[in-house]
Design a protein around this ligand. Structure first.
Ligand SMILES: C[S@@+](CC[C@H](N)C(=O)[O-])C[C@H]1O[C@@H](n2cnc3c(N)ncnc32)[C@H](O)[C@@H]1O
Length: 285
């Protein structure tokens, strides 16, 4: 691929031509398909575009641009490659244990104190749905039988850029499911063929939406945002923009949970203070 060729040749001119080709490709993709590719880290982007270039037999970025022009369906394949949907139920169980034992009870106590029985969360970069459904199960566990006079209203907005992943998420069918200890699989899933389907009770509170994280969703006064293993793909400046969006969507005292290899740094982090460092849980100040 272009990047490698320019590196081994080491020529300044070729490196510049490669960079220009890359720039022109991104500009083309951005103007024709509307996604700001510059939000991603260049090396990550080059690796993923490189995979598609090899698959389509294109030798450099400009050839690939031409290819996309002639085969617009290639854009969908590129997006699929760019958006890695690896996920699972209760990914990093230690984090979900803290959500279960500390964060969700705190949210519920706060809501009871202010007399509001609405619980609102956002799973940003929800992939195939395991994350919002895990959250839905935790909230259901926490509110079951708590107050039958005033039933809790749970709303989880789950967003992703990848419509194929969202389609699978809406289906709610999984070949394997791993839950936290103490959660009864049969209460939340129906066995179906060689897999499990989430029950309506788990699905009902979750609303899936196609959304680029760069665009602010119409969400306000949220109690909790999970944005896990998504920020790592973004440029620092874009991370800051996303954190700013999160701080506007959360209520004061609302929680933000990042992936285990992600942290909040810099001035944009000033709206958040660590709640549990190891589990990457923050509170909106
Ligand atoms: C590795 S998955 C993380 C899934 C889940 N949050 C977890 O931790 O298990 C990353 C997800 O981020 C989504 N994503 C990547 N770029 C995005 C963007 N600009 N806007 C919204 N979602 C994006 C991908 O489509 C993918 O589903």
């Amino acid at each position: 691929m272009d990047e490698r060729a320019t590196r081994t040749d080491g020529g300044r001119e070729e490196a510049t031509a490669g960079d220009l080709g890359f720039e022109l490709l991104l500009r083309y993709l951005g103007s024709h398909f509307g996604l700001d590719f510059k939000q991603y880290k260049p090396n990550y982007l080059k690796r993923r575009i490189g995979v598609r270039m090899r698959a389509t037999g294109c030798g450099d970025y400009l050839q690939y641009r031409q290819y996309v022009r002639q085969h617009p369906e290639e854009y969908g394949r590129l997006i699929n490659d760019l958006t890695i949907n690896v996920t699972e139920f209760f990914r990093d169980p230690d984090v979900y244990e803290v959500l279960r034992s500390r964060v969700i009870p705190e949210i519920i106590d706060y809501k009871k104190k202010i007399g509001s029985y609405n619980l609102r969360a956002w799973s940003a970069g929800c992939a195939t749905g395991e994350e919002p459904y895990s959250l839905s199960i935790l909230f259901l566990e926490a509110t079951a039988g708590r107050n039958t006079q005033t039933p809790w209203m749970l709303r989880i907005t789950a967003t992703d850029l990848d419509d194929k992943a969202l389609k699978a998420a809406r289906e709610g069918f999984y070949e394997s499911v791993k839950l936290l200890p103490g959660i009864d699989l049969r209460r939340y899933f129906d066995q179906e063929g060689n897999g499990y389907r989430v029950k309506e009770e788990v699905k009902r509170p979750v609303r899936f939406l196609l959304l680029d994280l760069m665009h602010k969703p119409p969400l306000r006064h949220l109690d909790l945002i999970l944005c896990r293993n998504v920020l790592i793909y973004f440029e620092r400046k874009k991370q800051a923009k996303i954190l700013d969006i999160f701080s506007r969507c959360l209520r004061e005292g609302g929680f933000l949970v990042l992936g285990k290899s992600e942290t909040i740094v810099g001035p944009e982090g000033s709206s958040f203070k660590p709640y549990r460092r190891k589990e990457r849980i923050y509170v909106r100040t």
